[in-house]
Design a protein around this ligand. Structure first.
Ligand code: COS
Length: 383
């Protein structure tokens, strides 16, 4: 269906498509098998200036819209959402600085993220604080001219690979969500280290580690914005990044559908290609229809966010929950259409199905997204 893209947006799609077809698709199986970080592919994305998409022009980026970023991620997602996640996580790590950082902080960190010279990562989740984002235990205490951080973050994307980490810590536990603040931690800061790379069901090319803070000392000016504003910045960060996860889901579903249709046209049973059987046609028809609906909602949400940046939450959660549920379903059905071939590691369908699962979990589970949508509806109907 026509996506109604501008010439500039079509250019973004073309560049991202080329990287996907020439680099991501040929390497994805090996990267997955070896749990290898896709550095060479990320460097190609940097060369193509794609890391600059989410960063404002004043700091070396392109000031791309939410839709622009989503279009690039959709293409990457068609190839491998593990690679797409590594790319997207750098923007996620930079959002708190863009949203709440001082001018000096933006000037110091954002140009390197925009050029892809440095990767960023976002440290929120802990062993006992996932959906309950305000339940974090990591602390930051001001000691003279330095903040001292203690605690451990869990399952942090780009851990060990990023150079810049935006980390959420409690500066006043008694104040609950209003006692959280965000800090910029650099890879070589004393007292900071990353744990071992986790072994995962899917997105194995992306790096996931603990972030460990043991009396980690950082300069006083590394706090992002005012003390106690961290939780709101976290929520705004996630509102900004969730459409990108929806876009990865749309891309993954497209990749799975392409594979299923191609297979169904080639595979013959009972003397005919299996695409001529109504049972298979109906599965493919549902997959294609759901994919178009997911894409339409993701673009509509991104366009809404671009037009109304202060009204993001509901649109952001709606596209995240819908497109990622569709991605899981379409990937599962692609495996079904392909039967035994779908289940074998030799073909990419099984990887897509393993990968798709994380889309329903990270950057806020799909249950949390439904909570957000419900709360927003409650507010709207009180007005
Ligand atoms: N934008 C701005 N402010 C927001 C906001 C948003 N999207 N969402 C909440 N807030 C504000 C609220 O208005 C409230 O402010 P006040 O204290 O001034 O009233 C404050 O933040 C706390 O909000 P709330 O009480 O709703 O927070 P909860 O602790 O109940 O948490 C959810 C709400 C479940 C939505 C939140 O914890 C969440 O998103 N969890 C998922 C976290 C996540 O995505 N983790 C994965 C990270 S992977 S990077």
């Amino acid at each position: 269906m026509d996506r109604f893209l501008t010439e500039e947006q079509q250019m973004i799609v073309d560049i991202a498509r080329q990287i996907t077809d020439e680099l991501i698709i040929p390497q994805r199986a090996e990267l997955d098998e070896k749990h290898e970080f896709p550095r060479q592919i990320l460097n190609a994305m940097a060369q193509a200036d794609l890391f600059g998409l989410p960063i404002p022009e004043a700091y070396g980026g392109f000031g791309g819209s939410c839709l622009d970023i989503s279009l690039a991620l959709e293409e990457f997602g068609r190839g491998c959402i593990g690679v797409g996640t590594a790319f997207a996580a750098s923007a996620l790590g930079a959002y708190p600085i863009m949203i709440g950082g001082s001018e000096e902080m933006k000037e110091k960190y954002l140009p390197d993220v925009a050029s892809g010279e440095k990767f960023a990562a976002f440290g929120l989740t802990e062993a006992n604080a996932g959906s309950d984002a305000s339940g974090i235990q990591t602390t930051a205490v001001l000691d003279g001219e330095e903040w001292v951080l203690n605690g451990t973050k869990q399952w942090i994307t780009n851990g060990g690979e990023a150079q810049i980490y935006t980390v959420v810590a409690m500066t006043d536990k008694s104040r609950g969500p209003r006692g959280a603040s965000i800090f910029v931690v650099e890879e070589n800061d004393p007292g900071f280290s990353c744990g071992l790379k986790e072994k995962k069901m899917g997105i194995r090319t992306s790096s996931t580690t603990e972030l460990i803070f043991k009396d980690c000392r950082i300069p006083a000016d590394r706090i992002v914005g005012r003390k106690g504003t961290g939780f709101i910045t976290v929520m705004k960060t996630l509102d900004s990044s969730r459409p990108g996860i929806a876009a990865l889901g749309v891309g993954l579903a497209q990749g799975a559908l392409d594979m299923a249709v191609t297979y169904a046209k080639q595979r013959e049973q009972f003397g005919k290609p299996i695409i001529s059987f109504q049972a298979v046609q109906h599965m493919l028809a549902d997959m294609a229809t759901q994919l178009e609906a997911a894409r339409a909602l993701t673009y509509a949400a991104a366009r809404h966010i671009d037009a109304h940046p202060k009204d993001m939450s509901k649109a952001s959660s709606m596209c995240k929950v819908y497109a990622t549920d569709v991605a899981m379903k379409v990937a599962t059905d692609a495996v079904q259409v392909m039967g035994g071939y779908g289940y074998m590691c030799e073909y990419p369908a099984e990887k897509m199905m393993r990968d798709a699962k994380i889309l329903q979990i990270y950057e806020g589970t799909n249950q949390v997204q439904r909570n957000v949508i419900g709360q927003e509806l409650n507010k709207e109907y009180n007005r």
